[in-house]
Design a binder for this molecule. Structure first.
Ligand code: ADP
Ligand code: MG
Length: 243
């Protein structure tokens, strides 16, 4: 069953066409890795899925709810699609625990006690139980990003969107974040991941999409695409630059 459905989706910023009539169906449990040159529309595609950007043409449904269905429905979609950004975007004045408990308390209306108990379980899941009472500035980048993942999971999304989640991290901290993402994938979470980590694409991705100029130009099995990249000069050129 498709959980994300793009039907001829366009997105313009003024005269600039950033998404160009994109058709894309993503099934439950897929791990879609999205790659492409800077400016090709990857972040915009992710941001349209949870309504951070408004589409200017076509239709886009998340769990059958259209992003065009109005603000109440958009709030619903935002709870169904959790997002993790390159710059962790934690609340600096809240501990790790309260960052994770924030959504359930304020969006889902859970009691503080309930939200904190669940937050602690999520921090344990991302390996940070013992850092629960630390503030973001007391955590490494990799730890902050794992808190951000726990925070996104706390509202029980059906889909997780990752926009270059390891790009701001030192190489030795990337893997701890990628491991958490791999665990999520193995649990069956539907994920759309913009990343340059081609080993993640190969090992964890169920599907690889190469975007160029607001269009999907390659879409298929990551291992097959990467093994045959010599047949596609632009893809090959892109891959040479991310290595
Ligand atoms: P990518 O993530 O693939 O690098 P983006 O989706 O961020 O690409 O951007 C695609 C294009 O849209 C770029 O040319 C970018 O400058 C432009 N763009 C993105 N957001 C905005 C905005 N809010 N206003 C105007 N132009 C934007
Ligand atoms: Mg981007």
């Amino acid at each position: 069953m498709s959980i994300i459905e793009f039907k001829c989706v366009s997105k313009h910023f003024g005269a600039l066409k950033v998404l160009d009539e994109v058709d894309l169906d993503i099934d439950q449990g897929e791990v879609v890795v999205l790659i492409g040159p800077s400016g090709s529309g990857k972040s915009t595609l992710l941001r349209c899925i949870n309504g951070l950007e408004t589409i200017t043409g076509g239709d886009l449904r998340v769990d059958r709810i259209s992003v065009l269905a109005g603000n109440a429905m958009l709030r619903e979609i935002r709870q169904e699609a959790g997002m993790v950004f390159q710059q962790f975007n934690l609340f600096p004045q809240l501990t790790a625990l309260d960052n994770v408990a924030f959504g359930p308390r304020h969006v889902r209306g859970q009691s503080t006690r309930e939200a904190r108990a669940q937050a602690l379980a999520l921090l344990k899941k991302v390996g940070l139980e013992e850092r629960a009472h630390h503030y973001p500035n007391e955590l490494s980048g990799g730890q902050q990003q794992r808190v951000a993942i726990a925070r996104a999971l706390a509202v029980k999304p059906k889909v997780m969107l990752f926009d270059e989640p390891t790009s701001a991290l030192d190489p030795e901290l990337k893997q701890e974040v990628l491991n958490v993402m791999r665990d999520l994938a193995e649990e069956g979470m539907t994920m759309v991941v913009v990343t340059h980590e081609m080993s993640f694409a190969k090992q964890v991705g169920s599907r690889l999409i190469f975007m160029e100029n607001g269009k999907i130009s390659v879409d298929g099995n990551p291992r097959e695409i990467l093994a045959n990249s010599a047949n596609n000069p632009r893809l090959q050129d892109f891959l040479r630059h991310v290595h």
